[in-house]
Design a protein around this ligand. Structure first.
Ligand code: 5GP
Ligand code: MN
Length: 342
């Protein structure tokens, strides 16, 4: 099945390599899996002698900037004209790490209306199939980066030999695999460790990469984490849940930068009896929602129903359009209702 996809994919790429233009698109608020997978694809095509443009709907956190080696990834919110031009000229659009075009925010209508051939490689449930011409989608993988790793292993260029996979490709894909599994703490399966072993064979240290993406806190970020855990975390023992609200006021106090709260939502799950964790971050026009679970609660369904979003069974996100003060009551009542009706 994977081989069938790879055959079609290689044929499509070959068709657009000559007189076409290729755009590689990640999702809004790109994380390691998003930036890692677009990087892997970009450098695979480069190795094939094929130009492509990487387009991200919004900017990536600082700790991922090492992947954008030539600082030429186009960020829609920073340079909308360049992003629109790249989509307009594309004859092939490769979408990575999202299951519906809505996740490209400001670019969604343009991509939807574009007549370009559209490919999707992703690991979220229920992909929006009608929006794409060729799809490789499974939830049986740790990350889009892992899925793309095995796709590229099957290509003629790589021929199942890691020596033939360019270093920049492996580095990008290893980054997303590490961040989506939270350093092998969740959703790492046998194939993930097999990939890890090949990454190490390639000469990439997962210790160094892990240090780079998980262990390069600024002092203010570390103190913000302390503030959130000590003063903002609320436990709801009867619901087996915990939540934290990161208001604008706290963000200003701790010099908050994009990405500073990465991973915070996982921390309450370390507490015995906490199976669901939520982090609410006040943004300019909405509240960003981050949900995690362990055990059987589907935060994908929870987010679909109450938080205008979705994602995976145990990691999802969304948005709320209510004043920040109303978030605690809203979270508690919606989770209570959700658990009761399950
Ligand atoms: P995070 O909490 O790290 O921001 O997001 C966790 C997961 O939820 C991501 O892998 C992504 O797939 C999904 N996700 C985050 N935000 C949204 C959103 O606004 N809409 C949807 N559909 N999924 C989201
Ligand atoms: Mn992902």
């Amino acid at each position: 099945m994977l081989k069938d996809f790879v055959n079609s994919f290689e044929e499509v790429v070959a068709r657009h390599a000559g007189n076409g233009a290729i755009a590689i698109v990640g999702h809004f608020n790109p994380d390691g899996d998003s930036v890692g997978s677009v990087t892997g694809m970009h450098y695979y095509l480069a190795e094939m002698g094929i130009n492509s443009k990487v387009i991200l709907p919004s900017s990536y956190p600082d700790y991922l900037s090492f992947l954008d080696k030539r600082s030429d990834y186009i960020v829609f919110t920073r340079d909308p004209e360049a992003a629109k031009a790249a989509i307009a000229e594309a004859t092939l659009v490769i979408c990575l790490d999202f299951n519906n075009l809505g996740r490209t925010e400001g670019l969604k209508d343009m991509i939807r209306e574009s007549e370009a051939y559209k490919v999707l490689i992703d690991h979220h449930p229920n992909p929006e199939r009608e929006s794409f011409d060729l799809i490789c989608s499974t939830v049986e993988t740790s990350s889009t980066c892992e899925l793309l790793f095995y796709v590229l292993m099957e290509t003629k260029l790589v021929g199942n030999n890691i020596d033939n996979m360019p270093y920049n490709v492996v580095e990008g894909l290893a980054t997303g695999m590490l961040t989506d599994t939270n350093n092998f703490k969740n959703s790492a399966i046998a194939s993930t460790y097999q990939m890890a072993s090949l990454v190490i064979r390639k000469g990439i240290s997962l210790d160094d990469l892990g240090k780079r993406v998980f262990g390069s806190y600024s002092e203010s970020r570390m103190r913000l984490m302390g503030e959130m855990l000590r003063n903002q975390m609320v436990i709801l023992p009867d619901l087996g849940a915990a939540y934290m609200v990161l208001s604008k006021k706290i963000q200003q106090e701790y010099n908050y930068m994009r990405g500073d709260s990465e991973g915070f939502v996982n921390l309450p799950l370390l507490i015995d009896g906490v199976g669901v964790s939520a982090l609410f971050t006040e943004d300019d026009d909405f509240i960003r929602v981050s949900l995690r679970s362990q055990g059987e609660v589907s935060v994908n369904a929870l987010s679909n129903k109450y938080f205008n979003g979705g994602g995976h069974e145990r990691a999802s996100g969304g948005r709320l359009f209510i004043p920040v003060e109303e978030v605690p009551a809203y979270f508690e009542s919606s989770l209570r209702e959700f658990l009761k009706n399950r």
